[in-house]
Design a protein around this ligand. Structure first.
Ligand code: COA
Length: 153
C-alpha cells in the first residue's frame, strides 16, 4: 500500500470519505480546510484520511477510512501511523482524533496507535446529524476526543 497526497486536480474518493462520516456537507468542509491523503493498492484508492490544522500547534485526523473489503488487515493502523509521522515531520505538538461512543473498533485502533481519551463532547452526534446513527448495536451520541503529544512546544 502506498500513501500519498491527493493531487490538486484529482477527485477526492467521496465513497471512502463518507464511510467515516455520513455528512457530505461536513466531509466537503473538511476537504476545503484540510489536506487529503489517499492510500493506493494496485492503482486503486483503498484508503483515505484528512489532516486538519486546528491551531499552529495542533492537527486533527478526520475522515480516516479503508474500503470495506480491505478492512481488518492492518491498513487503518498504517494510515493512522502515517498521519502521526507526517504531523510530527511538520512540527506539530499535538495530534487529535475523535470518534463516536459506538466506535468500538476505532477506539481500539486509536489507543493502539498511542492516543489517549481526553474529553467527551456529549450529544455531539445527536446535535449535528439529522438521522440517528447506530454502530455495534449502540446509538452514536457522544464524540470521544483522543489526543497524543508528538512534539515539544
Ligand atoms: N476490539 C479490539 N481491537 C479491535 C477491534 C475491537 N472490536 N476492532 C479493531 N481492533 C483493532 C485491530 O485488532 C487492530 O489492532 P492490531 O493491529 O493490534 O491487531 C486495530 O484495531 C486496527 O485494525 P486495522 O485492520 O488496521 O483497521 P482497518 O484497516 O479495518 O481500519 C477503520 C480501521 C476504522 C479505518 C476502518 O474500519 C474503516 O474504514 N471504518 C469505516 C470508517 C470509519 O468508521 N472511520 C473512522 C471514523 S472515526
Amino acid at each position: 500500500m502506498e500513501v500519498r497526497l491527493l493531487y490538486p486536480n484529482e477527485i477526492p474518493p467521496m465513497d471512502l470519505l463518507l464511510l467515516a462520516d455520513p455528512s457530505r456537507e461536513l466531509v466537503e468542509a473538511y476537504l476545503q480546510r484540510g489536506t487529503c491523503f489517499v492510500a493506493e493498492m494496485d492503482g486503486q484508492m483503498i484508503g483515505v484520511y484528512v489532516l486538519l490544522e486546528l491551531t499552529a500547534e495542533t492537527v486533527e485526523i478526520v475522515n480516516v477510512a479503508v474500503a470495506e473489503q480491505y478492512q481488518g488487515k492492518g491498513l487503518g493502523k498504517q494510515l493512522v501511523n502515517h498521519a502521526i509521522r507526517h504531523a510530527k515531520s511538520l512540527g506539530y505538538v499535538t495530534i487529535e482524533i475523535g470518534t463516536g461512543n459506538s466506535g468500538i473498533g476505532q477506539l481500539a485502533l486509536y489507543q493502539k496507535c498511542g492516543f489517549r481519551i481526553t474529553a467527551i463532547d456529549q450529544d455531539f452526534f445527536t446535535r449535528n446529524y439529522p438521522e440517528a446513527i447506530y454502530e455495534n448495536g449502540i446509538q452514536c451520541r457522544d464524540m470521544i476526543r483522543l489526543s497524543q503529544t508528538i512534539g515539544i512546544k
